[in-house]
Design a protein around this ligand. Sequence first.
Ligand code: SF4
Length: 383
Amino acid sequence: MNEITELKPFSIYIHLPFCNVKCNYCDFYVIIKQERKHQLLYSLLKEIEYFAEIYSTKGFLQTVYFGGGTPSIVEPEYIETILSRIKKLFQHAEDWEVTLESNPNTFDETKLKEFKSVGINRLSIGVQSFLDEDLKFLTRDHDSKKAFESIENAIKSGFENINIDLIFSIPGQTVDDWKKNLAFAVSFPITHISTYSLTLEPGTSLYYQVKHGLTYLSSIEQDADMYEYVMDFLPEHGFFQYEVSNFAKNGFESVHNLNYWYRINYLGFGPSSHSLWDNRRWHNYKNITRYDESIKKNHHAIKNEEFLNPNEIYNERIYLGLRSKGINLVQFEEEFGINLLKSEENFFNELFKNGFVIIENNVLKLTKKGYLLVDEICEQLII
Ligand code: SF4
């Protein structure tokens, strides 16, 4: 067996698609009925075993992320079964990060204690808002009382690493409402806050409503005001921005997220999951029936795969780096043989002049002003 330090780090993502309701803005692969739960567990274990045969000697596992869907819907034993199989088959870091996504209506303090005891050490709660009007608009199945209660229960159950997700630019939400939400968020001893602007995804019921003039999204100006406010407010309260949408207390950045942005290898299990290993990228069938059938037949459920070409890798380095902790210019030149600043000299001169980028220890980073234009800046730099 290789020494763990000689192996490359990697991450595992597990998609558990079950939810109580389908929210109007959500375009994830979600199933409302839970009768397929046990068949899915069986398939997941087979899939994990299949990939362990190929990859277990090639890397050591740094993070596991249970996403969805609402993984906290299942019983803690369900998570324990998956985690024990992973532990048995893959070498993992002693201090690995194991995250469970959860929603307020699916747990109480006792259930959370059990999740903790089976090995979850980071809890992410889909609070989305502390205001009933916002939650109603988003067709969430919890109310503001439950939003508060869920965080209190997470703290009481002993979790020390807690993220909450919040959404802004909800129709009807004012800048003051957004300020209230953030003030509630920082009043809790949590470690991480993810904030997302409500986006319109084709195929969702919100998309239909907007298309037919039944509701309207917030203006670009209001969206920018809310985003600028969060970028000022959260750092003032000890949550530092380390990505376009993510803020953490010192030492509590999500390692799993960082791995995605650094292009560390990851294996995705479950319907609709994605994987990346040494520039081979693949994704699974989205439909649970197709997924189960394929696992039975092939022990994997890969629908499509591709090998990234050098241009695609270059582009990913640009936009993943700029949205998060920046691009190490020395490593970039070593990897691609290109001096990024010189290759786009005029453009960078403008960015520096306008205060959109800075360089710290050879790392090119966006400033707060730059984050507001991340898409436009990346668009100009990708090839
Ligand atoms: S709870 Fe989350 S995953 Fe489930 S439908 Fe709502 S937004 Fe989608």
